[in-house]
Design a protein around this ligand. Structure first.
Ligand SMILES: Nc1ncnc2c1ncn2[C@@H]1O[C@H](COP(=O)(O)OP(=O)(O)O)[C@@H](O)[C@H]1O
Ligand SMILES: [Mg+2]
Length: 344
């Protein structure tokens, strides 16, 4: 549905050149919910604006639905763009127009009777559960309701693609989940292809099937959400995963130097994905290798339908048996880390 090939975009600010997007290649399938995650300034907004050519790439090509946008005439490009809706962090509604007028806005240049436009807009408001608010002004709505209006407006031209740039970043967690549920249902019911730009891992985990990670304009890692977050290759990805997990507290603990360990003790972190989580691994290794594990933190969460989890604790026992236990765990795809041990 969307294919970016070697897309780069640079800006000049005074004498300085800013490479906002560097050589990004990416394919997004029809009907997919695809996430792009990165910290602020990574180039996400610029990248998503290259998809609908709100920003023209400095180099590279953008294909949507088999059409090379970078090669189209302005008139043809305007037409193709109507097949892509976009929503933003701050909703971008017109404050002096009612909810209904906001939704009608993208339709008004079409040669359709007013009555038909209204009917269409009311249908869309029903779709986003805002039937009763057609006559309200944006200032009378909550953040979540404003984003629903923006979604209805984005859908007015019957797009095949919805681009979401930090669409939930201004919303509280509960409202975020409601908007994500709405996006998920639009994807399922209309077959809408959705591109989600975010700096929040929770958003990606909750609705995306695949994710790309951006850092300093580059796409550093991409793949299925479960795979990328369960075995991140890049440091930036690990930072996202770590920041979202209780298990990262162990790094702080190790760095704080407050933990004093005896010679046969070490601070360990075991992390695992998939079926292993339900197996009693800790009790198995302590019984089998005659060790003692004092558990400090444990955490299991779902990414998609797969559990990802881990345990942090102080493992006590002689080195030889501990090594045996580590080998046993590694054989079962458990990641083993010794975060601190007694140096003597
Ligand atoms: N129109 C512009 N002119 C100059 N620099 C820009 C422009 N748009 C974005 N940038 C710069 O490009 C980089 C990436 O920005 P952006 O795409 O907004 O990142 P993100 O959305 O990941 O926070 C930043 O350094 C930003 O300052
Ligand atoms: Mg941005």
């Amino acid at each position: 549905m969307i294919r970016l090939s070697h897309v780069s975009k640079s800006f000049t600010r005074g004498k300085e050149r800013i490479d906002a997007v560097r050589d990004v290649s990416l394919e997004i399938n029809d009907g997919e919910i695809f996430g792009v995650i990165g910290f602020s300034g990574a180039g996400k907004s610029t990248l998503v604006r290259c998809i609908n050519l709100l920003e023209r790439p400095t180099s590279g090509t953008v294909e949507v639905g088999g059409l090379e946008l970078t090669a189209l005439s302005p008139a043809r490009l305007r037409e193709v763009r109507r097949g892509m809706g976009m929503i933003f962090q701050h909703f971008n509604l017109m404050p002096s127009r009612t909810v209904l007028e906001n939704v009608i806005f993208p339709l008004q240049y079409r040669k359709i009777p007013r009555e038909q436009m209204e009917q269409k807009a009311r249908g869309l408001l029903r779709r986003v559960d805002l039937e009763g608010r057609a006559a309200a002004y944006p200032s009378e709505l909550s953040g979540g309701q404003k984003q629903r209006v923006a979604i209805a407006r984005a859908l007015a031209t019957d797009p095949k693609i919805l681009l979401c740039d930090e669409a939930t970043s201004a919303l509280d967690p509960t409202t975020t989940q409601e908007i994500l549920a709405l996006l998920r249902s639009l994807n399922a019911d209309l077959g809408l292809t959705i591109v989600v730009i975010t700096h929040e891992m929770a958003v990606v985990k909750s609705i995306c099937s695949r994710v790309a990670v951006m850092e300093q304009g580059r796409l550093v890692e991409q793949g299925p959400v479960l795979k990328v977050f369960s075995s991140p290759r890049e440091k930036v990805t690990r930072d996202f995963v770590g920041a979202a997990s209780n298990l990262s507290k162990a790094d702080l603990l190790a760095a704080s130097g407050t933990l004093s360990l005896r010679p046969d003790e070490r601070l360990v972190r075991f992390s695992y994905t998939g079926p292993g989580v339900s197996e009693p691994l800790i009790s198995t290794i302590t019984a089998r290798y005659g060790l003692v594990m004092n558990i400090l933190f444990a955490d299991v969460e779902l990414i998609g339908d797969s559990p990802i989890g881990g345990t942090v604790g102080i493992l006590t026992g002689p080195t030889e048996r501990v090594e045996g236990a580590f080998a046993y765990l590694r054989e079962r795809n458990v990641r083993v880390e010794v975060l601190q041990e007694c140096k003597s």
